[in-house]
Design a protein around this ligand. Structure first.
Ligand code: PLP
Length: 227
């Protein structure tokens, strides 16, 4: 992990580059709670965690009075119950069975969980997410669940070779976002387009991202797969 000094510099630079276009969500997998709290001092807007166990381990030590915690990783249906009252949003709702389980657990707790529909924008077989042609139908389904609130869309585009490669995917996401916003889905406020990571957040911001999810460009390299 980078030194605190480097982390502070990275956050300052990224915020400048974003120029207020998108909120800065720090993807904090593998990052210890003290470093997360330091990053909050430096002006990140909020954090996102990927793994249920890791989130539960760090939960009490994160300064939650200063941040929302979003869940951004692949989520097993049987683990929803552990995080339902600990996270402020789930970005990775990628299938009906997961939406149904969030509905069930949120209803039990008497809360309404803000969610994003994850779109498989590159049409990759190995990647989770709803295919773009089924996105509207899926979002309407989410809208039918009373304890979910649809807040927008999330995507992880294919791994790119060159700067600029992902622009087309981000622009497609923006189009889908506009189309689905126009449907006025029940129980929705479509205000979040969660696209852009360490290698492509500038392109994402140019294409209309409202929330970039950045890990290694802040904290340094990690030995930890995305997911
Ligand atoms: C790890 C992760 C990120 C951030 O990845 P970096 O390339 O380190 O910026 C963003 N989104 C998700 C879902 C992730 O798991």
């Amino acid at each position: 992990m980078n030194s605190y000094e480097q982390i502070a510099k990275n956050i300052e630079r990224i915020k400048k580059e974003l120029g207020g276009r998108a909120r800065l969500l720090a993807a904090t997998k593998t990052v210890p709670p003290e470093a997360i709290n330091f990053a909050l001092d430096c002006g990140i807007d909020l954090i996102g965690e990927n793994r249920v166990n890791e989130l539960l381990e760090k939960y009490e030590l994160i300064d939650r009075s200063r941040t929302e915690i979003h869940f951004i990783g692949a989520l097993q249906t049987n683990k929803v119950k552990y995080i339902i009252d600990k996270v402020d949003m789930i970005h990775s709702v990628d299938r009906v069975s997961l939406a149904d389980e969030i509905e069930r657990q949120a209803a039990k707790k008497g809360i309404i969980m803000p969610v994003l529909a994850e779109i498989n924008i590159g049409g990759e077989e190995t990647k989770s997410g709803i295919s773009p042609d089924k996105a509207a139908e899926f979002c309407k389904y989410i809208g039918s669940l009373p304890h979910l609130k649809l807040r927008g869309l999330m995507a992880i585009p294919p791994k790119s070779e060159n700067f600029g490669d992902n622009r087309k995917y981000f622009c497609e996401m923006k189009k889908i976002f506009i189309d689905i916003s126009a449907l006025n889905v029940d129980n929705s406020i479509m205000d979040i387009l969660s696209i852009g990571m360490s290698d492509d957040y500038i392109e994402a911001a140019e294409c209309g991202s409202t929330m970039v999810r950045i890990g290694s460009a802040i904290f340094g390299k990690r030995n930890y797969p995305i997911g």
